[in-house]
Design a protein around this ligand. Sequence first.
Ligand code: NAD
Length: 376
Amino acid sequence: MEKKLSIGIVGLGQFGKGFVPIFKAHPIVGRVAVCDIDKKKLETVAKEYKIQETYPDLDAICKSDLDALAIITQHWLHAPQAIQAMEAGKHVYSAVPVITPRSGRSSEIYDWCEKIIATCKKTGLKYMLGETSYFRPEVQYAMAKHAKHEFGHISLVEAEYLHDTLLPASNLIKVMMARTGLSEQEVYKLGGGVPMHYVTHSASVPVAITGAHATEVSCFGYAMPGDNYFRQDSEASNVFCNEIATFMMSDGSIGRVIEGRRVGHVGREALVRVLGTKASMEVTLKGAIWSDMKRFELVDVECRPKLPKPLGKFSGHGGSHPYLVDEFVRSIVEGHQPKTNAWEAARYAAIGAAAHDSALQGGKLVKVPDWGDAPK
Ligand SMILES: NC(=O)c1ccc[n+]([C@@H]2O[C@H](COP(=O)([O-])OP(=O)(O)OC[C@H]3O[C@@H](n4cnc5c(N)ncnc54)[C@H](O)[C@@H]3O)[C@@H](O)[C@H]2O)c1
């Protein structure tokens, strides 16, 4: 009989709790535990999903005999917690991004990527970044088209993450209040951080579609006049609410990403456009368009493989959530690197880190470090 995995979910906030039933439903997951330092959230989620095994914090769950942990805590905690869990012998699924340094310093992102890769090498355990864009249907469709050389040579991949701070459907001030426990006034005092340090949803797209990595980047920052959230005297000392980066990729193509937090737009994350020498693809809010030199057509981009039956009912971020869970679980049981492994995740994070450094220098070309391909 196939060995069943045991998994603990650490962090039961708005996002994390949605992953509990997905892990629970996966046919090769046998035992599910939950963990949160917030006693009320822990009790509520355990009761809702009928889970007996609970832990009061990461230290406690690291001492358990669980095979793997899904770390879905606040984004400035992910990297050190992932390393702590791997040091304790657990495979790790981490919510995005790898890390957002509260200092606003890009060099900390490089340091954490390096440490996570070193820990993967030392322990032989799996690390997977839960990058939703990678598993969106339009990105998977473009990847499949590129694998069949249907674009010809790709010259440009554009992606964006537009999420206005005050978006009614998902107000980032309220999200930060929930994530920090601070008042609205205190959140404004803290400031909005660095958009390019949360570049993962956009930067993952050119990396995933081309299979290449960025080599150098130029980025400009936009500062909104009178901004009371993105300010020099904020925690991250950052005035740019929107950052726009263009980068060279190792395959000769060009990537372009926009991270926008002051945008009059309903919001969007992931793929916008692929320009190839034979054909191109544009993803609009109304659907995806495939075009060659003779004609264009609206296309159905759903091409993802079938999920195990019990996972079919779950959705979230373009239906990516059950695919993320399935990929992580399978990578452990089947013994391969997850698609969004530590080396791949570092490629996403490094684009944003280097881009912000470029923006701080008025668009100066900055080299993007790379840690190579994941070992087989
Ligand atoms: N599209 C996406 O991929 C996407 C979307 C939303 C959120 N996210 C990511 O998911 C993460 C979680 O988001 P959220 O909105 O649920 O955050 P949240 O702040 O509501 O929840 C985080 C939870 O982690 C718990 N926690 C922190 N430290 C802990 C510890 N040491 N041990 C146990 N529990 C601990 C907190 O008590 C809290 O309940 C964020 O980092 C965010 O970046 C990703």
